[in-house]
Write a protein that binds this ligand. Structure first.
Ligand code: KIV
Length: 289
């Protein structure tokens, strides 16, 4: 086998469950397609740094998304709109370095793909070459179809994102549920079919009625990844800081909190400060002589 020949492991789509099945290489688009065939549901989490991504990789999360939610969940902006390509490349490279097994998907941020398919290609190539991600995600259904087509033709795996598209927060006037009413539901179905037709390997459905997400999931051959899309999508995604209780203030209705890290970290910081005040830290075992 020479350097350009894929290893047997790279060549095979896993027939075993995504959880624990693929351990000797990264999860691929073929593994996700096979999971849909088997009816295996899978999970995706966002990650923005090497350390946290490593924890999720070891926990067996098969797909990690370097979301442009980094804007509000990691970089301190109010929305995803200000996030730049340079920031996405830096965060994505860290997530790739911190993981061994998960497929890493990176968001194309606002303004990095809407001008033209050529612009989308230029920036997708940056994420793949400079950060080493395995796939990119972009927002929009019919309106992004031409860009998806060009990227897929060029060998870039694309995850689409329809329903509520947070990069349009200013045009939408907030983060309202999408796809309510006949016309909006038909548009969502058209968007879903357009991204599948263009070659996307999966599609995120954000903040849409559960019944509509179920209908889209049934009608598509590619996996649907729900966030606020009810229980019947093929996969689920959550923003990690929401899921782990790091987010300050209110989280959306669709979030389930699996930990209270904000309290745990705050308590640890307060205990440390108290020990420093009282002289309890550092003790003899923390000192050199
Ligand atoms: O940026 C992000 O975190 C996302 C998820 C909400 C799907 O796009």
């Amino acid at each position: 086998m020479n350097a350009s020949t894929p290893s047997p492991a790279q060549n095979q789509a896993s027939t075993t469950p995504l959880y624990g099945g693929v351990t000797n290489r990264r999860v691929t688009v073929r593994d996700l397609a096979a999971a849909k065939q088997r009816g295996e549901k899978w999970s995706m989490l966002t990650a923005y740094d090497a350390l946290t991504a490593g924890v999720f990789d070891e926990a067996g999360i098969p797909v990690l998304l370097v979301g442009d939610s980094a804007g509000n969940c990691h970089l301190g902006y109010e929305t995803t709109v200000p996030v730049t390509m340079d920031q996405m490349v830096m965060l994505s490279a860290a997530v790739v370095r911190g993981t061994k097994r998960a497929m890493i998907v990176a968001d194309l941020p606002f303004g990095s793909y809407q001008e033209s398919p050529a612009q989308a290609m230029h920036n997708a190539a940056r994420l793949m070459k400079e950060a080493g991600v395995g796939a990119v995600k972009l927002e929009g259904g019919e309106r992004s179809a031409r860009s998806i087509e060009l990227l897929v033709e060029a060998g870039v795996p694309v995850m689409a994102h329809i329903g509520l598209t947070p990069q349009s927060v200013h045009a939408l006037g907030g983060y309202p549920v999408q796809g309510r009413g006949d016309e909006a539901a038909h548009q969502l179905l058209r968007d879903a079919k357009a991204v599948q037709q263009s070659g996307a390997f999966a599609v995120v459905l954000e903040a849409v009625p559960a019944e509509l997400a179920a209908q889209v999931t049934e009608q598509l051959a590619i996996p649907t990844v729900g966030i606020g899309g009810g229980p019947d999508t093929d996969a689920q995604v959550l923003v990690w800081t929401d899921m782990a209780g790091m987010t300050a203030g209110r989280v959306p209705k669709f979030v389930k909190q699996y930990a209270d890290l904000r309290t745990v970290l705050g308590d640890a910081a307060r205990a440390y400060a108290q020990d420093v005040r009282t002289g309890a830290f550092p003790a003899a075992e923390h000192s050199f002589h």
